[in-house]
Design a protein around this ligand. Structure first.
Ligand code: KIV
Ligand code: NA
Length: 270
């Protein structure tokens, strides 16, 4: 297997092969996910809830993200893994200025990330461009952006009305033009996510709760393993139940995303 790279992801996209992503927060799960065929590992700031017991991602620090990113990177290295490693810029680490964003992104890259992810549209486009021009691949994130949950009024579907959909379309274009190579679309209507995917030929859409028309899919690892204390979101499928073991569950996820059986727009989308 060859290492996953931006050209490789573009090849997959061109060939119509779906891109798979799972979160991981430690060395072992990351290595097992890679061995199961997952192309992209996201060290998500969801680790605030999953690992730290926080109520939202707002309390996660850059040091926390660097610690987990370094752990995942070591796990992938030891396992001679090929996965593309994406790390979240946490709340407050990129909003102040493009320079602040670059400093924070550099810390994640030095911890072993291949790409950084940041939330939001509009004001983020110049920041994305600033990072991309300086050699840092960027994944954007639109729709439900958990770092702004308090401004959004809860974890709810975004882009439902015409005005919100038009804003999403504009922001997605701006992010592609700024050089974002990837775009997570979280909890947006399936039809809108599919439309954005068609429109963005140079930026790979990765959906979560966004239907099956995106270029790829992502889930929080613990959710798809059924290891979740709270209410399971509607868009999650429990792959552990079917597979019975962790690596098998990850492989089943990869298979289901590739063959288009997950997500099911009737069951897992809006
Ligand atoms: O933090 C995270 O896990 C994420 C994904 C859900 C996209 O941002
Ligand atoms: Na995140």
């Amino acid at each position: 297997r060859r290492p996953v790279s931006l050209p490789r992801l573009a090849q997959m996209r061109a060939a119509g092969e779906k891109i798979t992503m799972l979160t991981a927060y430690d060395a072992t799960f990351a290595a097992v996910a890679d061995a199961a065929g997952v192309e992209c590992i996201l060290v998500g700031d969801s680790l605030g809830m999953v690992c730290q017991g926080l109520h939202s991602t707002v309390g996660v620090s850059l040091d926390d993200m660097c610690y987990h990113t370094a752990s995942v990177a070591r796990g992938l290295h030891r396992a001679q893994a090929t996965a593309w490693l994406v790390a979240d810029l946490p709340y407050g680490s990129y909003q102040e200025s493009r320079e602040q964003a670059l400093r924070s992104a550099s810390a994640l890259m030095q911890a072993g990330a291949h790409m950084v992810k940041l939330e939001g549209g509009g004001w983020t486009a110049p920041t994305v461009q600033f990072l991309v021009e300086r050699g840092i691949p960027v994944c954007a994130h639109l729709g439900l952006t958990p770092q702004t949950v308090h401004a959004l009024g809860g974890y709810r579907v975004q882009g439902k009305d015409d005005v919100a959909a038009a804003t999403l379309r504009r922001q997605a274009r701006e992010l592609q033009d700024a050089g974002a190579a990837m775009l997570v679309l979280e909890m947006v209507p399936a039809a809108l996510a599919a439309e954005l995917t068609q429109a963005l030929t140079h930026c790979h859409t990765i959906g979560i709760g966004a239907g099956n028309g995106t270029a790829g899919q992502v889930l929080v690892l613990h959710d798809m393993l059924g290891v979740n204390l709270g209410k399971m979101p509607k868009f999650v499928r429990n792959f552990m139940q079917e597979a019975g073991n962790v690596k098998g569950a990850m492989a089943a996820y990869v298979q289901a995303v590739k063959d288009g059986s997950f997500p099911d727009n009737q069951l897992h989308a809006w």
